[in-house]
Ligand binder design. Structure first.
Ligand code: AMP
Ligand code: GLY
Length: 422
């Protein structure tokens, strides 16, 4: 089979490596991929948002199955466009990807169907939002409606900060049209858990839980990033909590989307907070998480392509999906300065013996040599029998990888270890 994966980061590299385990896979194209995954996929310089070019390529190459990994092309209708040409896809259609594409949509969906989430109000007018804040509990959370590269969420610790956030989104358009509508919501507390799930629109099969580390610095300090590391499973997510989530969140969400005429197929990512009042949804993503995928898929013992095809064909209920009972840890190596400005083009060495444990996010081939080409450069993932062993092994991998000014957090998994000890 010839496969196509839309996207080009560490998540896509993890998906590609897992898909390759299926012996019927002859070739995988990555659009655009990156130079660091050239050994695993044929990278083609077509941008992940260039849907007409993606469709033309898929038709010309006779692609048998396509995986659309990032949020933008999903929201823009990449799956719809490929399916129109008869190419089966993993991922939701645009009318279901809106669950991530519009926070107003997802909040209203949860309210309508009684799915637990932070209390909220939606605003379309600056003045109404500002006067609401005068009576709102502080801290408060302000969210731009649309996709904003993960930056459209501001946790305001004071009334002044909250008002400044609203002005920057609604008046100064810091996130463009995403700020035309905003959500102001209750600040929740508790451990965060990421649960990715496979779904065919009827059946939902949660994957192993994970924990992201979003802040740039050790001990959760510094700016928010796309994610600096992950561990799986997440020790806060017990079997009892998993059952509550299935009954109050996962199944109700899948049923709600179907009832709305927006059946969701693909990977639905539940960003949860385990609050003192039970698990609540912080956000939905219409896709695999990055870098959650880099710890979840290495623990999948079933064939990824078979499971993906079952989500497309509506046969997930009859498909085995199993995970190993091991632990995984992924440490992201970034270029110093990330998430601010950083250098690119630095020579990157990854020893061949460990290449299978490395998911490259931002690299290019320049004059025949591998160089860095992004803020998050790669993730090194180790799998072991215990969480401490997985963490130690992941940092062991990091020590063997080199580029100038490499930056990484030293405490990936530390919070999870504390939770395990309680
Ligand atoms: P998001 O970009 O939607 O993933 O949000 C970024 C982060 O903001 C989340 O991972 C949470 O840590 C935090 N967050 C979002 N909404 C809330 C909330 N209602 N209460 C507390 N923290 C929140
Ligand atoms: N790691 C969070 C996300 O993929 O949105």
């Amino acid at each position: 089979m010839k496969l196509l994966v839309v996207g080009g980061g560490g998540r896509e590299h993890a998906i590609i490596k897992k898909l390759k385990e299926n012996p019927s896979v002859e070739q995988i194209f990555a659009l655009p991929g990156n130079g660091g995954m050239a050994a695993d996929a044929t990278c083609v310089p077509i941008g992940a948002k260039d849907i007409p070019a993606i469709v033309d390529f898929a038709v010309a190459e006779g692609i048998d199955y396509a995986v659309v990994a990032p949020d933008d092309p999903l929201v823009l209708g990449c799956v719809d466009a490929l399916e129109e040409k008869g190419i089966p896809c993993f991922g939701p259609r645009s009318n279901a990807a809106i669950i991530e594409g519009s926070k107003v949509f997802s909040k209203n969906l949860m309210k309508k169907y009684g799915i637990p989430t932070a209390a909220y109000e939606v605003f379309d007018e600056l003045d109404a939002a500002l006067s609401y804040l005068d009576t709102a509990p502080i801290p408060t959370v302000i969210k731009a409606d649309g996709l904003a590269l993960g930056k459209g969420v501001i946790i305001a610790q004071t009334l002044e900060e909250a008002k400044a956030a609203v002005v920057s989104m609604m008046q100064d358009k810091a996130f463009g049209a995403s700020g035309d509508h905003i959500v102001i919501e209750e600040f929740l507390t508790g451990p965060e858990v990421s649960v990715l799930s496979f779904t065919d629109g009827e059946t939902v099969v949660p994957m192993i839980s994970s924990m992201d580390h979003k802040r740039a610095g050790d001990n959760d300090t510094g700016l928010n990033t796309g994610g600096m590391g992950t561990i799986a499973p997440n020790p806060y997510y017990t079997a009892d909590i998993a059952k509550v989530c299935m009954d109050t969140i996962f199944l109700p969400t899948i049923r709600a989307m179907k009832a709305e005429g927006r059946p969701f197929k693909g990977c639905l990512y539940f960003g949860l907070m385990l609050t003192p009042n039970g698990p609540k949804v912080i956000e939905y993503n219409c896709r695999f998480g990055d870098p959650e995928t880099q710890v979840v898929l290495p623990l999948l013992t079933s064939d990824l392509l078979t499971v993906m095809q079952a989500t497309t064909n509506g046969t997930l209920a009859d498909t085995e999906v199993h995970f190993s009972d091991k632990h995984a840890c992924c440490v992201i190596m970034a270029s110093a300065g990330y998430p601010g400005s950083y250098d690119k083009g630095l020579p990157l060495t990854i020893p061949a013996e460990i290449a299978n444990s490395v998911y490259v996010a931002g690299a290019a081939i320049q004059d025949g040599a591998l160089v860095t080409n992004g803020g998050r450069v790669l993730g090194a993932t180790a799998v072991a029998d215990s969480l401490p062993a997985a963490i130690a092994a992941a940092y062991g991998l990091v020590e063997q990888i080199h580029f100038d000014n490499a930056y990484y957090r030293h405490d990936i998994g530390a919070r999870a270890l504390q939770a395990q000890e309680v």
